[in-house]
Design a protein around this ligand. Structure first.
Ligand SMILES: Nc1ncnc2c1ncn2[C@@H]1O[C@H](COP(=O)(O)OP(=O)(O)OP(=O)(O)O)[C@@H](O)[C@H]1O
Ligand SMILES: [Mg+2]
Length: 270
């Protein structure tokens, strides 16, 4: 079961013996447009953090800097003590990355893809090892298929398996459960929970407030590229339960979604 309130993020960071990921004063621009505008947050060891924000808030842009795919205009990113901007290769060793949409080598079978990435990450798998890994995500029987031959949910499960095949210290997941059926979503949550039990930290984005409330120890809300607030789901609800905007939105006990909409407004985004 998911823990309802595992405590504040601050506690997790100190108890965990320091942050495994630190993002400080991050600024990302696309031409003249500022997508991320001075965002700062940390993640402790074993902590699951949800980066939430409306469409266009700057979530994917933030992740892409941590992943070393984009150079920020300003700011600092430290992965397990390694400066990710000065030493992106060193930082990548501790990261597992599942992109918002992933494309794998079209000519390879699923088994070959798993073995290829396991090898690249330095944890080579035998034929049986790859089948065991595929079995964990219910794809053993699809081992001979090509990536394109899998359903969307199966593709998603495979890309999460590949992102975590080397047991990274930090998993970065951009909308990992979008488009999944309830069964696949639960199975993915279970994998996320397992990774936490093994001491891994996770930074994930989601538009499902129900999911964020269920799986995240701590939430970081950003909007228009700026940090709005951070805290455990229970803390955020408690902190804002008397806010007139929350009272207006809530039907009975306020939810994280009520707080999120109250803090970020109800307008559509670009
Ligand atoms: N490659 C790009 N070129 C130009 N502008 C971009 C690019 N990528 C993102 N943007 C802009 O930067 C802002 C932040 O986008 P980003 O993709 O980081 O948002 P997001 O929070 O991930 O949104 P979503 O929830 O829709 O995935 C948006 O205004 C977007 O239009
Ligand atoms: Mg995005």
């Amino acid at each position: 079961m998911w823990n309802a309130d595992p405590g504040s993020g601050e506690d997790m960071v100190t108890q965990g013996g320091g942050a495994v990921l630190e993002v400080e004063g991050l600024v990302v621009k696309y031409g003249a447009r500022t997508a991320v505008d001075g965002v700062t947050f940390q993640i402790g060891r074993g902590e699951i953090v949800g980066l939430l924000g409306p469409n266009g808030a700057g979530k994917t842009s933030t992740l892409s800097v941590i992943e070393g795919l984009r150079i920020p205009v300003a700011g600092r990113v430290t992965v397990n003590g390694v400066d990710a901007l000065k030493d992106p290769v060193g930082a990548r060793a501790d990261l597992g990355v599942q992109l918002q949409s992933s494309g794998f080598q079209p000519e390879l079978s699923i088994e070959q893809i798993v073995r290829l990435y396991a090898g690249l990450y330095g944890v080579p798998l035998t034929h049986q090892g790859a089948l065991d890994a595929l079995n964990e995500i219910g794809l053993e029987r699809e081992a001979g298929k090509r990536f394109k031959g899998l359903s969307g949910g199966q593709q998603q499960r495979l890309s999460l398996l590949i992102a975590s095949v080397h047991d990274p210290l930090i998993l970065l997941l951009d909308e990992p459960t979008s488009g999944l059926d309830p069964q696949s979503r639960r199975s993915l949550w279970a994998r996320i929970e397992k990774s936490r039990r093994d001491g891994g930290s996770i930074l994930l984005t989601t538009h499902s407030m129900e999911e964020a409330q269920a799986v995240c120890d701590r939430i970081v809300i950003i909007d228009h590229g700026r940090l709005v607030t951070t805290g455990s789901p229970a803390e955020l609800i408690d902190r804002h339960r008397s806010d007139p905007r929350v009272l207006e939105l809530a039907h009975g006990e306020p939810t994280l979604e009520d707080v999120f909409i109250a803090l970020t407004g109800s307008d559509f985004r670009d």
